[in-house]
Design a protein around this ligand. Structure first.
Ligand code: NPW
Ligand code: K
Length: 503
């Protein structure tokens, strides 16, 4: 993808391999720990210059090692300091033992730490090496700190957060700030981990880019760098047919609003033409509400077959408010060879018949995006949803592979995964984006991108990002309508900050 290092997401296992490669390439491993610990002490002094005391909690591994380096640096700066360790410090090994030896001050047992007013806690208990639930002793220390509401700076990850999945292993700190190294980890972005990190600082400890890239997989933070090159050809002055014709299928008379929201979003997101395809009983309801969106009556699957001969129809949205059942299945299967977004009822309709859908997508080879939220995901992929060993990222990847479609697994930490394994995690969505009809707006934006010829993965990733931006622009109290009105233009000038991660 050719993007900046800051857009990469690296799993703890990949990070360990990167660390090892860096050492094999001739970098002294202790110099990495020194840089890490120094970055933490610098953050502590910068963020909390008036702390009465810094309290460094050190674990039994290299995360603890970073803590001892930070402690030594803070002591040298003249700050008031206390260090508490988990376990027998005499058993520390390698770089952590060396870091501990370089810290001359007193070290007390973690069980004796009682937070005091003015303390700022530096959490260097566990980072990438957290392998199981936290021991009781640590969970109790976390509770004491949480109860005292003292601010916490986390080293690499708040202890208790699984860096691969974002899960909480028994308990976790809630940090005001987290300093991680070289690249963000999935646990920083996935829930609930994301809510425990505070602001995230990715600090370069001196491992060369090429070493990091050689081990990094296909996982990225969703930024314009992922899809921008596919969007740059979209010239607003182009002929309306060239900007793509999107068709959105409406539900019956009593449930037409969702499809209209998708259609309006599609138009605002840049589709040249949008047609709302309506069953006969809903024509009047739809006609009463539409202006720029065109309307077409369609009842049966035979009518759809005839209409599909028009190859100017660039993309299709099926699902919002459409109704669950046979008609949704028939329409979806007829559209699998085209650019298609299957959402809501269209996804649920295949609960008992998913093999038909997956086989047809594989056979027809269309650009298909499915946009399940958690409940819809569990309906279509029950065995993947129930596998507690998998992270949200791994679940989306498994579902994409199984279905041959791009899976946009919705939530505050939306994941987009392609069957090839390419995956992004989104990070720009404000919390108030979870409003009624918000998903229909997202679906319409994806449809617009597909209609403009973007490949399915990029279309979905770009849509999630623009949807998040629309939420930010619409502000707190956003409704689906104000989201539609606030979809940002597809115009990323040099002045626009790129790669922003809003946590
Ligand atoms: N990558 C890099 O480039 C750099 C990384 N750096 C730093 O290294 C950190 C990773 O270090 P790490 O691998 O030693 O892991 P860490 O988190 O300290 O824990 C491992 C120890 O904890 C133990 N343990 C695990 N779970 C436990 C539990 N629930 N309850 C009790 N014990 C448990 C485990 O024991 P074991 O599982 O073997 O029994 C082992 O002793 C990383 O986060 C970053 O801060 C920097 O120095 C700069 C360069
Ligand atoms: K930590």
């Amino acid at each position: 993808m050719g993007e900046a290092l800051r857009d990469l997401l690296v799993t703890p296992a990949e990070m360990a391999a990167i660390d090892e490669d860096a050492v094999h390439s001739g970098i002294e491993s202790f110099s990495l720990m020194r840089s890490a610990g120094m970055a933490v002490s610098a953050a502590a002094l910068r963020l909390f210059p008036s702390a009465s005391r810094f309290v460094v909690l050190c674990g039994p591994g290299n995360n603890g090692g970073d803590g001892y380096v930070a402690a030594a640096a803070l002591a040298e700066s003249g700050a008031s300091l206390a260090v508490f360790a988990l376990g027998d410090v005499g058993k520390l090994k390698g770089d952590a033992a060396r870091a501990r030896a370089a810290y001359a001050g007193e070290i007390q047992a973690i069980g004796t730490y009682e937070p005091q007013a003015g303390d700022v806690v530096i959490d260097a208990l566990f980072g990438a090496g957290l392998a199981r639930d936290l021991p009781d002793e640590v969970q109790e220390a976390i509770r004491r700190v949480e109860d005292s509401r003292r601010p916490v700076i986390a080293v690499d990850l708040p202890s208790g957060i699984d860096g691969r999945s974002g899960e909480i292993r028994g308990a976790s700190f809630t940090a005001a700030h987290t300093v991680t190294f070289m690249a963000a980890k999935p646990g920083h972005l996935l829930l609930p981990g994301r809510t425990r990190c505070g602001t995230l600082e990715v600090f370069d400890i001196g491992i060369p880019d090429r070493v990091v890239r050689a081990r990094a997989g296909d996982l990225r933070i969703n930024t314009p760098a992922v899809w921008q090159q596919h969007a740059s050809g979209l010239d607003p002055a182009t002929h309306k047919y060239k900007r793509g014709h999107l068709a959105v299928f409406s539900g019956p008379q009593i449930s037409t609003g969702a499809a209209r929201l998708s259609a309006m979003a599609g138009l605002n997101a840049g589709a040249g033409l949008v047609t709302l395809v309506s069953p006969p009983d809903a024509i009047a309801a739809n006609a009463a509400h539409l202006t720029a969106v065109m309307l077409k009556e369609m009842g049966k699957t035979g009518d759809l077959a005839a209409w599909l001969k028009d190859r100017r129809l660039g993309a299709f949205v099926l699902g919002p408010g459409f109704g669950v059942g046979k008609k949704a299945r028939a329409f979806a299967l007829m559209l699998c060879g085209r650019a298609l977004v299957l959402d809501a009822d269209a996804v649920t309709s295949f609960k008992e018949r998913r093999t038909d859908l997956f086989n047809t997508i594989a056979m027809e080879g269309g650009q298909v995006v499915m946009t399940p939220h958690e409940g819809e995901f569990a309906r279509l992929f029950p065995e993947i949803a129930a596998d507690t060993a998998l992270s949200k990222i791994e679940k989306a990847q498994a579902a994409a592979k199984l279905s041959h479609a791009v899976i946009l697994y919705k939530g505050p930490d939306t994941v987009v995964a392609a069957p090839s394994g390419r995956t992004v995690v989104n990070a720009n969505a404000p919390p108030w984006l979870a409003t009624a009809g918000s998903g229909d707006v997202l679906t319409g934006i994806i449809g617009a991108h597909l209609a403009q010829g973007m490949p399915a993965f990029e279309a979905a990733a770009a849509a999630v990002w623009r949807h998040g931006e629309a939420g930010t622009r619409a502000g707190q109290g956003a409704t689906a309508e104000t989201l539609v009105a606030n979809i940002p233009p597809f115009d990323y000038s040099a002045t626009r900050p790129m790669g922003r991660v809003a946590l």
